[in-house]
Design a protein. Sequence first.
Length: 342
Amino acid sequence: MDYLLLVTGLVLLVKGVDWLVDASAKFAQHLGVPAFIIGLTLVALGTSAPEAAIGILSGLKGANQITLGDVIGSSIINISLIIGLTAVIYPLQVDPLVSRREIPLSFLAQLVLAGMLLTGLLLSRSEAMLLLTGMLVFVTYIIYKTNRLLDWNRPEDAEEQQVFDFLQDQEVLSAAVVGFEETEHSVAAVERIPTLRLLLFFLLGLATMVGGAQLVVDNGIAIAHKLGLSEEFIGLTVVAFGTSLPELVTCVVAALRQKSDIAVGNVIGSNIFNILFVLGLSGTIHPIVAHPNVFIDVAAMLLATLLLSLPAWYKQNISRFTGFTLMAFYFTYMAFKLLSLG
């Protein structure tokens, strides 16, 4: 029964996020918020909402080893399995901004997390609050760069041109993932939807997401105890795969719409958000005690990021060969984890 409830929780969690993001996007469109702002905020937040919900609830229960495993496992899955699989289906172009800024920043956040865990296998409240501060700085920087182009003036230099192109791509991604297009017809359709109905839809999505997260945390803990596994291991495997489904959908949709250049950016952005915000918030609620084996998983996370960064930096693309390499890395890592149980 625990397994059934765990799977049910993951399904409810992902579906709740879908409803939440959809209702939020329609609210934003109704208010006249630009589509690229929706792409930069709601879509990115929506893909990380499952990890955030689990992080908050597990922190309140004092069992946030599941969150630590979930965040590390999601980072590994996002890069090696999801980007790898998407590249095999459709080779990915990497936006220069992502290769020069987001990927190195993601790697830096992972290194900071590794350093924090080295100090006594503990993510303390003060360290968690430092991660939250890093998230605040990152968001402030993104807002600053975005505000410079809000009036859609002609970019003044090559870097601003790249930012400008990136924001235009976000319009396409937000339309693809959330399910609307910036046309007069769609705007009129949104205006016909009663505000109360959108609010109820938003609350339903929020309640479904929280309820799903509750089932995942409670039954993940129960399964770990019954099998003699660490809560961290359950987070690294089953929970991490379930909470990475939104990233998988985002990548596949972006690739199919031939906007593969921003698929990598959204996955890397999700990894940054998970470490800085999800672990920061969960650790602030309750300090996270790590299992000694966590450094194997942290090392796998760092190595996966390096495997991605090399072709992204030098070639600005992720080929099918690189995709197969990333997937092979993931299955090798999982085989090692399973063999270590014996």
